[in-house]
Write a new protein. Structure first.
Length: 186
């Protein structure tokens, strides 16, 4: 009953308490908005198997930047904006993962069809695709896509803003995908 009563308090009060580091307020914020955030992410194209992670990422991003929330929009609107960004990232990651799975499927098919004539073709194709990237793009790409590091962690590792990490990833994905598609047409 206490949780329900606290859910009814003004939204601004919860945000203020979150900024102050109140863990109970974070739990209340999550309880209030997690379901609607999940529905938004789902409607924005996040796959069911990635939905829980995407919701967590939205709230992690909210946690990291709640002190920057100016209150010019409703908290639900702000979380929705974070969800849109996260949905875009999730869709990109899913598309890329599909491309990598196709690449590895090519490796398996190649090994089955040609046996010893072309072993390691996917690995060579992967390395050739990576060679198309600048050093900075390659670092971001490999650490994010292949090693599973997150954007915040990469920003720390690479010593640059998180936005720069995502810009490099965007550019690297475009180059890598263009290379793979051109190789597939040969």
């Amino acid at each position: 009953m206490r949780v329900l009563a606290s859910l009814e308090q003004p939204k601004e009060a919860i945000v203020s308490r979150c900024v102050a580091g109140d863990e109970t307020a974070w739990a209340q914020l999550y309880a209030r908005y997690a379901r609607s955030t999940a529905h938004s992410l789902q409607r924005l194209g996040v796959e069911p198997e990635a939905l829980d992670d995407a919701v967590q990422e939205v709230f992690l991003q909210a946690f990291r930047s709640v002190d920057k929330f100016r209150g010019e929009a409703a908290i639900k609107t702000w979380l929705c904006r974070l969800a849109v960004t996260q949905a875009r990232r999730s869709r990109e990651k899913a598309r890329f993962a599909k491309r990598i799975r196709q690449l590895w499927a090519l490796e398996v098919a190649t090994d089955c069809e040609w046996d010893e004539q072309a072993p390691g073709q996917a690995e060579r194709l992967l390395q050739a695709g990576l060679n198309q990237l600048t050093a900075l793009e390659r670092e971001a790409f490999v650490l994010y896509e292949l090693d599973g590091q997150g954007g915040v962690e990469l920003a720390t590792i690479l010593g640059c803003p998180e936005a720069t990490v995502y810009r490099r990833l965007h550019d690297a994905r475009k180059k890598f995908q263009a290379f793979i598609e051109s190789e597939a047409q040969k």
